[in-house]
Design a binder for this molecule. Structure first.
Ligand SMILES: [Zn+2]
Length: 483
């Protein structure tokens, strides 16, 4: 996650990707934390930012042409997936685009979703920063912890594991409470059409999306989606948008079959992860033999702990698509979460071979290797988690694994340093500072790790006592020589 915090951390030297030595980790969420998953679906279910390599890839494939048309560097824009059934999309903290799963599953075509993304990009590129308590909200956005889709169920059943992982819906609502002015809305609509046209994409989807929900709103007072409270729809607004959109050369362009297929996979996957398994069996009945339907059912069986059914379905899909890294990931996840890490390992390993640049796939593999509790697997586990964190140093879950790993190895200094990193990635400065001070007292003075711990103290609001301790070098923190 790029964020002001992340930028600070990257400007520190040496960078985390360079300073880390060999890393050891251990599994945090074992099968023991699998618990009744219904808690995740309560009325006021907590929501979380969620991570999924496949969905992130699809969203970027959809959105990147629009970002480029807006003059933004797609790599600099972070797309956050908010696990919330309410329909919403918003921008915060500069180039952070938040998309609720509830919005994505309500888009009928890739073109509708791309249209909404283009509208939000209009706010982003136009600098329509949220008006109220702006700085505070941007800071909040940097504190969000993200988690893999597969972890939601496990964390929901284990309040301790979930502490710090889940947020109330209100938390996200606060990020967008102020909304935009009518002028900003109109300008974002116009910008959206401009970007879409420049990217060679029809803006019809945006008009259709607004139109569909305008219709729903008119006929049902109950349907007040957050998105349209912040982005009020009026007939004039939609008409203005339609007139301009229909004048564009690419208005009649349609989605490619590949884009449609990707969108169906994404929607099916999100529905299967966000809804109760029974709902998924209804939404995607056995009679539906399409790939997205079978994929959704495999996910539902896995979440329903019907492991053998899930594996049969996933293996059948793999027979058709042996080089699909996300099917291997699902197989690994299915096995891992019922306490079979040694069986999960080869599946996760295959997903990494097929998509070596994806940090989350490597973390799955590292986590499985560690959970095997086999000393011979430890070094590779360390390596995989280390490589994952070198690609994505702001992932608190990776640091959590590492801190536990070092404790197991008896390397208390490295464990405290990893805990400092974890808290730092979460924006929890005071906790980060406490762990970093502890780490300094345990690590060899002037080692790269000791210097890194010092850097974390310095950027975590040190008080005069902390600074005196740093200045005294060794008077407070007597480092233990390890060499
Ligand atoms: Zn808007």
């Amino acid at each position: 996650m790029t964020s002001p915090t992340a930028i600070d951390r990257r400007s520190m030297t040496p960078g985390p990707a360079k300073w880390l030595g060999v890393m050891v980790g251990i599994l945090a969420l074992t099968a023991g934390s699998l618990a009744p998953i219904s808690a995740a679906y309560a009325q006021d279910a907590p929501v979380s930012l969620i991570r999924d390599t496949e969905i992130e890839a699809i969203l970027h494939e959809d959105a990147d042409p629009v970002f480029r048309a807006a003059g933004l560097d797609p790599k600099a824009v972070t797309i956050h997936l908010v696990g919330d059934k309410d329909m919403n999309a918003f921008v915060a903290g500069g180039q952070h685009l938040f998309l609720n799963t509830g919005l994505i599953v309500r888009t009928k075509t890739p073109n509708e979703l791309i249209g909404v993304i283009a509208h939000e990009t209009g706010h982003m590129a136009g600098g329509h920063i949220i008006r109220q308590a702006d700085g505070e909200k941007q800071a909040l956005a940097t504190y969000l912890l993200t988690m893999g889709l597969g972890l939601i169920a496990a964390a929901a059943g284990s309040p301790e594991a979930a502490a710090g992982l889940m947020y109330s819906s209100g938390y996200f609502a606060a990020l967008t409470a102020a909304g935009f002015t009518r002028t900003q809305e109109a300008s974002a609509d116009q910008a959206a059409v401009t970007y879409l046209e420049k990217a060679g994409i029809s803006s019809r989807g945006l008009v259709d999306f607004f139109d569909n929900f305008r219709y729903e709103e008119v006929f049902s007072e109950a349907k007040r989606y957050k998105f349209f409270i912040d982005h009020p729809l009026t007939s004039e607004r939609i008409e203005g948008l339609r007139v301009r959109a229909s004048q564009q050369a690419h208005f009649d362009m349609v989605d490619s079959p590949a884009a449609i297929a990707r969108h169906k996979i994404m929607v099916a996957k999100l529905m299967a992860f966000m809804n109760m398994p029974q709902q998924t069996y209804n939404d995607f009945p056995e009679s539906d033999t399409s790939y997205p339907a079978r994929y959704a059912r495999a996910i539902a069986y896995y979440r329903d702990l019907q492991t053998e059914k899930a594996l049969r379905l996933t293996d059948a899909l793999l027979a058709e698509q042996p080089d699909n890294p996300y099917l291997w990931e699902l197989k690994g996840q299915t096995l891992f979460e019922v306490g079979r890490p040694a069986d999960a390992e080869p599946a996760h390993r295959r997903s990494v071979e097929l998509n070596p640049d994806a940090p989350l796939l490597r973390m799955n593999l590292g986590q499985a290797l560690l959970a095997e509790d086999n000393p011979q697997k430890l070094d590779e586990a360390v390596l995989q988690i280390h490589r994952s964190l070198s690609i994505e140093p702001d992932n608190p879950y990776g640091w959590l694994l590492l801190s536990q790993a070092y404790d197991r190895k008896g390397q208390a200094g490295m464990a405290r340093l990893a805990a400092a990193e974890q808290n730092f990635a979460l924006g929890q400065a005071s906790e980060a500072k406490i762990f970093a001070m502890r780490a300094r007292s345990l690590l060899a003075k002037n080692s790269p790790e000791w210097r890194r711990a010092t850097d974390i103290v310095l950027v975590s609001n040190p008080n005069p006592n902390d600074l005196r301790a740093l200045a005294g070098e060794g008077s407070v923190d007597q480092p233990v020589k390890r060499k």
